[in-house]
Design a protein. Structure first.
Length: 67
């Protein structure tokens, strides 16, 4: 699953640590999501979408071309 989390975070001018604190996870979790090494729980995906005031689908693309 691809995402544009780092682009959204950078556009907002916040660090991984700031975003992690805002959604109550560790900086390492945000880093892993941004590097496509970890798919967030549904709850975390909702929290991130709420933080950025957008739909989950605006951040995460489940159709990343992998079959």
């Amino acid at each position: 699953m691809q995402n544009n989390l780092s682009e959204r975070r950078e556009a907002e001018g916040i660090s991984q640590g700031d975003l992690a604190e805002a959604v109550d996870v560790t900086r390492q979790t945000i880093n892993a999501i941004e590097r496509n090494r970890y798919d967030p729980s549904l709850e975390l995906a909702f929290d991130l979408a709420t933080h950025f005031d957008c739909a989950i689908e605006d951040i995460f693309d489940p159709d990343d071309g992998e079959d």
